[in-house]
Write a protein that binds this ligand. Sequence first.
Ligand code: HEM
Length: 573
Amino acid sequence: NCPEAPKCDKGYLYRSFDGTCNNLGYPLYGKPDLTYDRLLKANYDDGISTPYKAKDGGPLTPARTISNKLYPDIPLKDPIWTLILMQYGQIVAHDLSNIKQEGPDNCCTNETSKNPKCFAIEVPFDITDRMSLAGIKCISFIRTTTDRDQGCYTENEPVEQVSDVNSILDLSVTYGNSLAKSQELRTGLGGKLKVENRNEQDWPPRDPTPTKTCFLPNTEEACYLTGDKRGNQNLQLTVLQVAYLREHNRVCDILAELNPHWDDEKLFQEARKICIGQHQYVSYYEMLPIFLGRDNLLNYKIIYDTDDFVDDYDSSVNPAVYNEHANAANRYFHSNIEGYLKLYSDKFRLSYSSVRLSNWFDRPSFLEEGDNFGGLCRGLTTQLESNVDTFHTSEITQYLFKKAKTFGKDMKAADVQRNRDHGFRSYNDYRELCGLKRATKFSDLSGEINELAIILLQKLYKSVDDIELTTGGSVENHVQGALAGPTFVCIMLKQFSKTRLSDRFWFERSGKTGFTLDQLNEIRKASISRLLCDNSPTTDYMQPEGFKYTSIFGNKLQDCNTLPSINYTKWKE
Ligand code: HEM
């Protein structure tokens, strides 16, 4: 049942869609349907898959109770950063991983599945029926080092969760995670991706099975086909999905004019390479410094202060995403979500209307009404994100995916429950991994956690060793210059380091598969502001730093055409 390693063409200039052949020694590295990586070995009650209990053998406080007590809805705003920062974070998260919910044919579907080593378990998400988020999780076995390139698993090891997208930061949300998906998305003409034009704007093509993907009160409503299954999940996410789709086609037009002799394939791959370059640049050089601190990123060699190439590819690094990153640390930024989105109707951001998040989950048609898309491009770069703390909007803790019902699901209960069914070791173990002192009593936490939060933790956990990674990490005071505490910053730094090191096609590499130095320094002019300016026909003014609030004192709104932009003549052959 092991996937067969593909034969790689070592001279091929472009990335595959599923991530295979990025690593020529281990061609399967990075592909979808492989297990997450782990920083620390899993800790299950039975050593295999049963979530552990409290140290005294009793049950842990239910996830839903933890959500209610630790993550209430107190609407504080971030003092500096705009909502598009939160949103870009989600795009990066979706690019890198997605817990597989049901298994492939040879694995994981149920206890009688064809592969006896695999099975699925029911995840009891919380205690109340009304808000339950029960689902089936795909489990397969951890792979040993010797057969890691084969995708084989060994018996009697703890279960390891599977991600169903490739683990490479390659804008797979736009291009898909398989060759087949990319073909479904392409027109085959001029390098372009499929779009449907309505009201003089391009929108993603329609999903052929909309009722599976979207919530559609009216059957004619649009439900989009994008490179990622989650592309319709919320309006602000879909804004970025649409922006990158339009950006790809925009770049195709420019390249076709410069190089009329290029065929569909060449135009497609070159435009794709440019868009992935922009995405890697915006993610690492514009977004991550805000989340994790610029000095930290420089010190850990995750970004470089240079106008040269950076050839730090390390073929020994497996791109597989750390389970603790995706399913604990990175989810801390669910805190940044705002419950209402503002739509600014005018150029200078003077008047707005607003829309409730939970009215439009899985329902993108709102974007096509009037100038809602433009209104959101301006709104997301004007509205402040929610303060990064333990408070969470009830739009995601009471009303997530509510559809036509009064109540929905609880995102934070889900986050806590994932910590449990993924068998993460205790918060204390991750403190140690990250160079903090192990706490033997609650008061030992006072270096990193404020007094009020310690009191809350004491109410929720009997022993300091019962504190979970998701909860403990979320109450730490932030590291200076970053938007998370030391344990989560440490985990995310490890992740973003491996993501760049393991990518043979990283945008800063030299050589035949990379850009020329001239081109690379053009890619370094990309920005979130320019992406939105160029792909929202009604947005003419934007501040230079789109992730940061704009005011008359600084980061002022300016004509889009005066913002730095890529000079594409560097691509003329
Ligand atoms: C309105 C915004 C958002 C919504 C509605 C949302 C919703 C969700 C949902 C439903 C899941 C799956 C829960 C589960 O079954 O375990 C999830 C997972 C996740 N979210 Fe969010 N999220 C949002 C924003 C963000 C942001 C801003 C980030 C990070 C910056 C983020 C990072 C993640 C990660 C890393 C996962 C796990 C991915 C995986 O499966 O490996 N999300 N989110």
